[in-house]
Ligand binder design. Sequence first.
Ligand SMILES: *Cc1c(COP(=O)(O)O)cnc(C)c1O
Length: 349
Amino acid sequence: MSVEGPARQMCAERSRGVLRALTAALIERYRDRLPVTATTPVVTLGEGSTPLLRAPRLARAAGLRELWLKWEASNPTGSYKDRGMTLAVSKALEEGAQAVLCASTGNTAGSAAAYAARAGLPAVVLTPQGAVSGAKLAQTRMLGATVLEVRGDFDEALAAAQELAARGTHVLVNSLNPYRREGQKTAVLEIVEELGAPPDAFVLPYGGGGNTSSYAQALRELGVDTPLVSVEAARRRETLATAIRIGAPVHAAAVAAAGARIVAADDDELVAAWRRLAVEEGLFCEPSSAAGLAAVLRGDVEGERLAVTITGHGLKDPAVADRLAPPPALVDPDPDAIAAASPSARSGG
Ligand SMILES: *Cc1c(COP(=O)(O)O)cnc(C)c1O
């Protein structure tokens, strides 16, 4: 059966619109709000335009009218870092860079490696020794980056990267790179567009603070005065949330100047929020990514319509899940044994 007339036209328009949203490079979608020109080479892997998911169960639990989760795990390398990296690597290519360089707890590494490969540039990645998840390292190595484990923590690796970049041989693509922060503004633009208005607050994890300063910049540029709540690990240097295990946040001054509210969550709260997000809403993120939700579930964020950013995918840092989630029971391939070991089927109502 064929669809005729106005219905057919509507379907065609809708599918064109959806295709545009799903396949467009972030730089194309927000060209007018980003520092690019018609001749900037666009290095893209189809980043941005991530789902904004309503979380009704967790909203009820937190006494909220609406809880919206910005699912940044669906970016090409599994974290929001791709929003900034598309711009940083495009501009590096435009400016004739020979190589890109970063220090990373893992997600910047994977993203830099992917976009550098896409651009045909070498990438050098410095990781604090023993502090990066095996999955993120495998991703970064597979993407062809030169991975150097630094005898030191993240802050020391970043200082070394800055010193090397200052010599002019490598372009630094950490969030100190202003193009990274420009690209990361787009999450806020997407959320406001999709909700039709700013939420009562934006809530996100606080590691180095680059993303918080990007969100603040986006709000300033939109002329919107909405609270920004930035949630850090209570014990920054020891937290199990490796993506925010950063002792000295390099953007602390910018975060303070932006007027973001800083909230701390301890590891027990992070893990509890992280589990609830998985079990009650079906979203498996990495532990750091649940920081914003931890503050919301504690009742620490005012407002009844909140947008919480979930920054990275659980598959990128599965070690904690492997340790904490219930292990499988061993059964024979027998329906009675399987039924006996299963939760009883949910009855109606
Ligand atoms: C980088 C990262 C963070 C922290 O972001 P900052 O900009 O450093 O504050 C949080 N979660 C994930 C998954 C990350 O990759």
